[in-house]
Design a protein around this ligand. Sequence first.
Ligand SMILES: [Zn+2]
Length: 347
Amino acid sequence: MPALELRFELGGLHLPRLGLWLDPRRPVTGPERVVVSHAHADHTAPHREVILSAPTARFLRARRGGSRVEHVLAFGETRVFDGPEGAYRLRLLPAGHVLGSALTWIAAGGETLLYTGDFKLRPGRAAERCAPCAADVLVMETTFGRPEFCFPPEDEVMAGVIRFCRETLAEGRTAVLLGYSLGKSQEILARLAGAGLPLVLHEQVYRLTSIYAEFGLTLPAFERLEAGNGRGKVVLCPPAASRATLEQQLGPLRCAVLTGWALDPRCRFQYGADAAFPLSDHADFPDLLRLVERVNPRQVLTLHGFAADFAAALRERGREAWALSESDQLTLALGDPVRIGPVPATA
Ligand SMILES: [Zn+2]
């Protein structure tokens, strides 16, 4: 059996012959190790032993607390780990999604695999630049895996955001910008540098932004949101913040959401916002295609979002590509044809 035998389980990838998991959503508390690609909540759980980058370890301590066995790897460093059936090599490379987010490269039994986690090739202002490498098999996220998801240039998007803020402030209202507290908020903040806007951060955003500063990111001046100091300013909040509570605290306001889903005209209604701007920390469709060209794998496996559509788009382009989904009981033996069916009890 190939060493890189791969299964999709617990919402993540399991390499049983290496005793290794990649981003499982449920806790792994037994003897096996877990790669945590980045610190977004849907990629973390209270695992016993983790492999991760230094910023991800720091964010996990801030967001989850608790303790765990940590193997903190520098980007580009190759570490040898012992698995139940022998040693394997593992390397983390920048994924460009949020600070510390990692691609995972694994070599075992003469085969190599690259797992992306969430990634973005377009350079961000608040994340390391994505640096993929060649591999035999590529397992990639495909959140925006349809051709209609092609994001406009960030500078153009942010010019619209800055106009929205200036107009709102000129009307004597507060401008609220909704974006995830880890990654998106700091990207917005970095891209507001030089706009001369008074910036205030919601507590959750403030806490994580302080960690970005620890890792040396230069950001424009900002205040922490406290009673009475946000009115008539630009306030960065997580998307879950309640509009009624914000209005109580910030007075009359206009609210904009910043997300890749803003390409869908229904988006602003779904978020209860007055405007929506397509700023994403994920790859868009052209980025997804570019990644495949750069890694140039023999086989592509797709995960999350429009996984089946993107795999089909790759097959149309002559690539071997298959979607992994939660409902599949799937075992992939690299180098063998893909088998879809019940996982054999002995596998
Ligand atoms: Zn993420």
